[in-house]
Design a protein around this ligand. Structure first.
Ligand SMILES: *[C@@H]1O[C@H](CO)[C@@H](O)[C@H](O)[C@H]1NC(C)=O
Ligand SMILES: *[C@@H]1O[C@H](CO)[C@@H](O)[C@H](O)[C@H]1NC(C)=O
Ligand SMILES: *[C@@H]1O[C@H](CO)[C@@H](O)[C@H](O)[C@H]1NC(C)=O
Ligand SMILES: *[C@@H]1O[C@H](CO)[C@@H](O)[C@H](O)[C@H]1NC(C)=O
Ligand SMILES: *[C@@H]1O[C@H](CO)[C@@H](O)[C@H](O)[C@H]1NC(C)=O
Ligand SMILES: *[C@@H]1O[C@H](CO)[C@@H](O)[C@H](O)[C@H]1NC(C)=O
Ligand SMILES: *[C@@H]1O[C@H](CO)[C@@H](O)[C@H](O)[C@H]1NC(C)=O
Ligand SMILES: *[C@@H]1O[C@H](CO)[C@@H](O)[C@H](O)[C@H]1NC(C)=O
Ligand SMILES: *[C@@H]1O[C@H](CO)[C@@H](O)[C@H](O)[C@H]1NC(C)=O
Ligand SMILES: [Ca+2]
Length: 576
């Protein structure tokens, strides 16, 4: 258990302090950044079945590096970039590269921090890993064995058409992160001469796919991390991947493909209508649960919109100057999108996004020759179906011919059946993690357009019901508060603040928050946010402005909780 009592806590802190002083007196960053020093520190026996290649070690001293991201405060520091490779005994052509950033011995505070990726990437290059050094720890990332630090899982997911790369799939699912952290923690001890009797605290930070990777460890290895700070995890994999195609199937079924400008106008009108319902007209939809009851969707029909022409970017194709009036067809489409995916028996399969968020999964393609909008299959959903269900080396489905709402449900069931144990990262019994003293800070943008906000609420609720089965709502909610706290971020999009709702908050220092909770017993009633709202309410409390927008509060709201709670009646087994 953690040293939270004051006497034991300060004694432990004193030991750490003197250890840090002793270290800083004896070695400099350049001393520990030699390849000989690193080779001697390799934890050769850390993971059973793994052989570290001692000839693969590289070290590079980097000075005055400036790191900037919305997941840590901007910082300038020196570090040592240590990399090496390992392989799994008995496998051919199997090489995994890991990268660890070491802080100067004088900065080291007995911490190790693993970092994850996004989309189909298992790391974020030099974007996420600085967070470790910034908190006085060693940062770590892995290439998952996908060939190089720049390769993604999707680059190697199929060996050939029809042949799944199972080793890579298990590595992506959870194994690579288990190895990264297990090696990283022991390496950290060895590099800084931390004695067996001193603690090296271990943490994880990541968002989206990176959020899923953090949960993959908490659910399987209760002792892996003392704390994790994760956002918008892509963890209910089967539903999450396939739901990206739902918007396209509505468009195809209804035969209407809206222009980007028409959708943006509907979003803008929604934000305008929903913004004040939280008690303050500040451009931020803090209570999306109150939106639909008050929104006059039919009243939007005929409202004019216009947009200037835009050049295409990396992610988007060029769009022409657009002008028109919102159509009844577009409103019908948006209603269906918000109602969620239902099968042909009318049962709910999965929910989508909160009103006010942008309509990314409804993006259509502009054809300049015909001056019309048509189907653009969401690559986020199409890639999973093509590679893992159809087993074709293809980046997307070529079209959605014959794909119905029922097909989407079948694809979700097939994914759970074939890949559930690897990718469906929603195991809800966290008894062992809690007993080990682990802590979780989990947040999710309330206006996320890529991973439904309700998906995080659903998992928190599953953990509450399964881990604390038999306890009352009040008891189990209090028990959750002891180790796992969820915060919805007003107005925020996917793993970032939202340009359509400027000045909304973002929890930039969540890793430091979980460290303070783990090491000093500082319990985060609210999570610190940047922007105009500096506190984020912890679920199930909900934000509300009172006194004519003068005071911000977190309130209980049964109806709000209910609006985030769905009965996925299309599935006969529990979907956690
Ligand atoms: C790093 O920055 C400091 C302060 O700006 C400067 O004095 C030092 O020369 C820089 N070091 C290197 C190696 O650039
Ligand atoms: C760290 O070193 C490895 C191996 O030389 C290199 O591939 C990687 O780009 C380096 N990372 C940074 C951020 O310099
Ligand atoms: C760890 O101990 C070795 C052997 O005493 C010493 O050479 C090295 O400088 C120490 N490392 C640090 C970071 O103090
Ligand atoms: C939507 O609102 C944004 C400002 O947040 C504005 O830039 C954009 O032009 C608006 N879009 C339309 C279609 O009116
Ligand atoms: C939009 O509706 C107005 C009437 O409200 C009409 O005058 C105008 O022509 C329509 N614009 C387009 C592009 O259809
Ligand atoms: C665009 O429209 C033209 C004319 O109708 C058609 O020939 C062409 O196939 C379309 N392109 C795409 C990519 O659908
Ligand atoms: C594998 O499938 C893709 C997508 O259908 C196809 O383009 C490619 O030709 C196939 N490769 C082989 C070797 O059959
Ligand atoms: C779609 O379904 C029809 C009727 O069942 C069938 O004839 C056709 O081959 C199917 N098309 C595709 C692309 O699967
Ligand atoms: C509202 O905030 C003001 C200033 O922060 C404070 O003085 C006042 O007590 C608050 N009122 C309520 C009802 O919380
Ligand atoms: Ca508001």
């Amino acid at each position: 258990m953690r040293p939270v009592s004051t006497s034991r806590g300060s004694a432990a802190a004193a030991v750490l302090l003197s250890a840090a002083k002793a270290v800083s007196a004896t070695a400099s960053l350049s001393d520990i950044c030699s390849s000989d020093y690193a080779v001697a520190a390799l934890p050769l026996d850390a993971v059973q079945g793994v052989t570290i290649d001692t000839t693969s070690v590289t070290t590079q001293l980097v000075t005055n590096f400036t790191a900037s991201s919305n997941f840590y405060p901007t910082s300038t520091f020196d570090y040592c970039n240590l990399t090496f490779a390992y392989s799994h005994n008995g496998l051919d052509n199997d090489i995994v590269h890991v990268q660890y950033w070491l802080p100067a011995p004088g900065q080291f505070q007995n911490r190790y921090v693993s970092t994850g990726g996004a989309g189909w990437a298992i790391n974020s290059g030099s974007q996420s890993i600085p967070t470790g050094v910034i908190v006085g720890g060693v940062g770590g990332l892995t290439d998952g064995g996908f060939g190089s630090f720049d390769n993604q899982f999707s680059d190697v997911a199929l060996v050939e058409n029809g042949t799944v790369n199972w080793q890579a799939t298990y590595m992506f699912g959870y194994q690579a992160h288990h190895e990264l952290a297990t090696i990283g923690k022991q390496l950290t001890r060895n590099i800084y001469n931390v004695s067996d009797s001193s603690k090296v605290y271990s943490y994880y930070q990541g968002c989206s796919e990176g959020g899923r990777e953090g949960w993959s460890q908490v659910q399987r290895y209760p002792d892996q991390f003392d704390g994790i700070a994760v956002g918008a995890p892509a963890f209910r994999w089967a539903q999450q991947q396939v739901i990206h195609l739902f918007g396209n199937v509505i468009e195809q079924t209804q035969g209407y493909f809206p222009s980007s400008c028409e959708l943006e106008k509907i979003m803008n009108l929604t934000i305008e209508s929903c913004d004040p319902l939280d008690g303050k007209t500040d451009g931020i939809v803090s209570r999306s649960d109150l939106c639909l009851d008050n929104l006059d969707l039919n009243g939007m029909v005929g409202t004019p919109y216009s947009c200037a022409a835009a050049a295409g970017g990396m992610q988007s194709s060029a769009t022409p100057a657009q002008e028109g009036n919102i159509t009844a067809e577009a409103i019908t489409l948006v209603r269906a999108y918000w109602a969620g995916l239902h099968d042909s028996d009318g049962n709910l399969v999965y929910y989508t996004y909160q009103p006010g968020s942008s309509f990314d999964d409804l993006d259509a393609a502009y054809n300049a020759t015909s001056d019309t909008w048509g189907l653009s299959v969401s690559g986020l959903g199409g890639i999973w179906v093509s590679q893992f269900l159809k087993k074709l080396k293809a980046d997307n489905l070529p079209n959605l011919n014959n794909v119905t709402y029922d097909t989407l449900k079948e694809w979700m069931v097939e994914t759970m059946n074939l890949y559930g144990d690897i990718m469906q990262t929603t195991y809800p019994d966290l008894t062992d993690f809690k007993a080990a003293g682990g802590k979780v800070i989990h947040f999710h943008g309330e206006q996320d357009f890529s991973i439904p906000t309700a998906s995080s609420v659903r998992y928190w609720e599953s953990v509450r019901q399964i881990t604390f089965a038999g306890q009352s709502l009040k008891q189990s909610t209090a028990a959750m508060d002891d180790f796992y706290r969820l915060y919805l971020v007003p107005g925020a999009g996917h793993c970032a603040a939202n340009s359509y709702q400027p000045n909304g908050p973002w929890p930039q220092t969540s890793l430091q928050t979980v460290i303070d909770w783990v090491e000093n017993g500082v319990v985060p009633d609210t999570l610190a946010g940047t922007g105009d709202i500096d506190t984020l309410c912890r679920w199930p409390l909900r934000p509300l402005w009172v006194n004519d927008g003068a005071n911000f509060t977190c309130v209980e709201s049964k109806s709000s909780v209910e609006s985030f709670t769905y009965d996925l009646s299309a599935f006969r087994l529990p979907v956690y």
